[in-house]
Design a protein around this ligand. Structure first.
Ligand SMILES: [Zn+2]
Ligand SMILES: [Zn+2]
Ligand SMILES: [Zn+2]
Ligand SMILES: [Zn+2]
Ligand SMILES: [Zn+2]
Length: 266
């Protein structure tokens, strides 16, 4: 990869730019090329940061760390993808490569765990759309199948074994209630976004996400790492096809969500 492919915009005030040596590649002689300072304080070029994170990703690590080696030790400070994307000045193709692999690795890593209401054992759920869950510890203990509802944590009363509907009349999904009753908010930086539900469920994995009210209308989900538009709830690349970062979405403000998206592990 040629060194001149990427360069930082000297006028970009969101970056801390320095004319210093590259801590990831101290023997390169790129004098005069501006480098960016990471949150850990180390100085990198867009190219060396891209290479370092790409190696980490290809080794199966999607929680990036600073790999600068100084005074006999590795920095290892976590680097959120949001920071990597900006400071590595990722191209559209690189972003696509990173995001596909990050979400694939995050999905494989993710386990959905709930505590059995009877014996308090942690139970992992394989099918994220199935509310009816068996506790194998209780089942073995009492000699018959013990089923409980993943949502209300009461003994199971609906159709079994697999069901997305619990028959307990007061079965409530706390997350869904939050989506339905949260306050509405505005996004100060986005024109026209003045009545947006303050809590959204990630359209990819269902994780609850709030907007920090700074920056553009898009947020990166902390669980699946997919970026989506907080206003219209489309994935960012889809929203951007007919809109841009700080202007209203062509689809308008998506209403409060009435169900929580289920993460499909492919
Ligand atoms: Zn560092
Ligand atoms: Zn149990
Ligand atoms: Zn229930
Ligand atoms: Zn997500
Ligand atoms: Zn949008």
């Amino acid at each position: 990869m040629s060194v001149a492919e990427k360069s930082f915009d000297p006028l970009d005030r969101t970056l801390t730019l320095v004319d210093a040596k590259d801590d990831l590649d101290p023997f390169s002689c790129e004098d005069g090329v501006l480098k960016a300072q990471l949150s850990c304080g180390h100085v990198v070029s867009a190219e060396s940061l891209t290479d370092s994170c790409r190696v980490q990703l290809d080794e199966g690590n999607y929680k990036f760390k600073c790999t600068v080696f100084v005074d006999g030790r590795l920095c290892n400070q976590p680097l959120p993808y949001r920071e990597v994307r900006r400071l590595a000045d990722l191209t559209v193709e690189e972003m696509q490569y990173f995001e596909e692999n990050i979400s694939r690795l995050a999905a494989a890593d993710y386990t959905d765990v709930q505590t059995c209401p009877k014996c308090r054992t942690n139970i992992e759920r394989m099918d994220l759309s199935d509310l009816c869950v068996e506790c194998s510890v209780c089942s073995a203990d009492q000699g018959e199948s013990y089923l409980f509802c993943w949502q209300c944590l009461k003994p199971w009363t609906g159709p079994a074994p697999r069901s997305d509907r619990c028959a307990n009349s007061d079965c409530r999904n706390y997350e869904l209630q939050l989506l339905q009753t949260c306050t509405v908010t505005d996004l100060p930086q986005v024109s026209g976004a003045d009545a947006v539900p303050s809590i959204r469920a990630c359209p990819t994995c269902g994780q609850r996400v709030e907007h920090d009210k700074t920056g553009c209308k898009n947020v990166i989900c902390p669980r699946c790492q997919k970026e989506f538009c907080f206003v219209c709830l489309k994935l960012t690349p889809v929203c951007l096809q007919t809109s841009s970062y700080f202007i209203p979405c062509s689809a308008g403000v998506a209403p409060r969500q009435t169900s929580i998206p289920v993460w499909r592990r492919t």
